[in-house]
Each structure stands twice: as C-alpha cells, then as structure tokens.
Design a protein around this ligand. Structure first.
Ligand code: ZN
Length: 210
C-alpha cells in the first residue's frame, strides 16, 4: 500500500511566553512568543511531533509571525509608538549627555573636569540640568557601561526616530568635542561612535576640522 509521509510545522503556545506590547511592525498590536514544531504527517495529517522547534513572535492582531532576532527593535518601537515632543527632547538630551560623558570618562580625566565640561555642554545646547540631574552625579559618571548605553541609545534612535535627529545629535556632539582638548583615547571613542553611525573616516576628519 502506498503511504504518503511528510512533515508540517504547527504553531504552539509557549508556557509563560513573552508579550511585547504594540510590537507588531505591521499593525502595532501586541506580539506573543510562540513556537513552531515540526510534526510528522501521514496523508498530510500530523500524527507525531518531532523535537524540532523554533520560536517566533506572533501578532495577536494580524497573526503574522516575526523573527526573534529583532526582539529589541520590536520592544523599542512598541515603547515609542507615539512619542510626545517632550519625550523625544528628553531622549535626545539623554543621548547627547551619555555620549559626551562616555568620551570624557574613558581616560582618567579628573571628575571635576568631566563635570565642568558636561555642565558647559548642557548650557551651550539648552539642556535643562534639573531634568537630567542624575547625569551630573558621580554614580552615573563612574558607570563602566556608559559606552554600551550609548550603543543602546543609537539602536533605539535607529529603530524609532528619524535619521535626521541622530545626525543633529552627532554633529552637535562632535562640534562640542572640537572645543575640548581630547586625548588620543577620548578621540578614539568619539571616532568609534561616529563610525557606528556610518560616518566614513574622511567624513569624521572633516567634522573634526570645523
Ligand atoms: Zn500585526
């Protein structure tokens, strides 16, 4: 007798599966973590699950599935679905201050000097010190993960806001850095940040000359 055997993938719930609010890139509804399992079939009817699974996010609205590789992007976009002007302003300032602080704290510059420069930066670009009070404190400035935070903020901006906005931040930060006598190590961090945002070496050098 002829038996038609094969396999098919069936989507299943995951116990305590993660929910990403408003994470769907298509319809902005919530995403739910699920898994696909391969089932063996006979005459196209699944009869035995195999061990092979892969996780996906499934939208509760449009039922489209999405690759977990982009989890952080779904989370970022969900979080800033409809950002207010105030939110964007504060985030942009947070980005700038973290960026500058990360450069100034990478090479044993005295804390008073870091603080003075950071305050001067805030005044020059109309950043309200009170709103960002904690960023002018030793706790924030002595973090070892400041650079990592800058990269996370880069991703957040890339995911949620316009490229134009980040270009403004970058130009402003390089402009201010040009006023400071940066050490070789500090310049290197500035260069790394600029390269991360896609500036070429010559574009970076051009900005540094201004
Ligand atoms: Zn959807």
């Amino acid at each position: 007798m002829f038996v038609l055997k094969g396999t098919t993938e069936i989507i299943e719930n995951v116990k305590d599966g993660e929910i990403i609010q408003n994470g769907c890139p298509q319809c902005r509804k919530d995403l739910l973590l699920k898994q696909f399992r391969v089932w063996n079939t006979i005459f196209l009817i699944p009869y035995l699950p195999s061990g092979d699974t892969r996780t996906v996010y499934e939208c509760v609205g449009c039922y489209e599935t999405f690759d977990p590789v982009y989890r952080n992007t779904y989370i970022n976009r969900g979080k800033y679905l409809n950002p207010t002007r105030k939110e964007i302003k504060e985030l942009t300032e947070t980005f700038s201050l973290t960026f500058i602080a990360s450069i100034l704290t990478c090479d044993n510059r005295p804390m008073e000097s870091v603080l003075a420069l950071l305050k001067e930066f805030a005044i020059k670009y109309n950043i309200d010190e009170e709103t960002h009070e904690e960023k002018f404190g030793a706790d924030f400035l002595s973090q070892r993960e400041l650079t990592k935070t800058v990269f996370e903020l880069y991703d957040l901006f890339r995911d949620c806001f316009s490229e134009e906005l980040i270009n403004i931040v970058l130009a402003q930060n390089v402009e201010y850095s040009n006023l400071i006598d940066l050490s070789e190590k500090e310049t290197k961090v500035l260069y790394t940040f600029s390269r991360h945002w896609g500036l070429t070496k010559s574009e970076f050098e051009e900005l540094r000359k201004k």
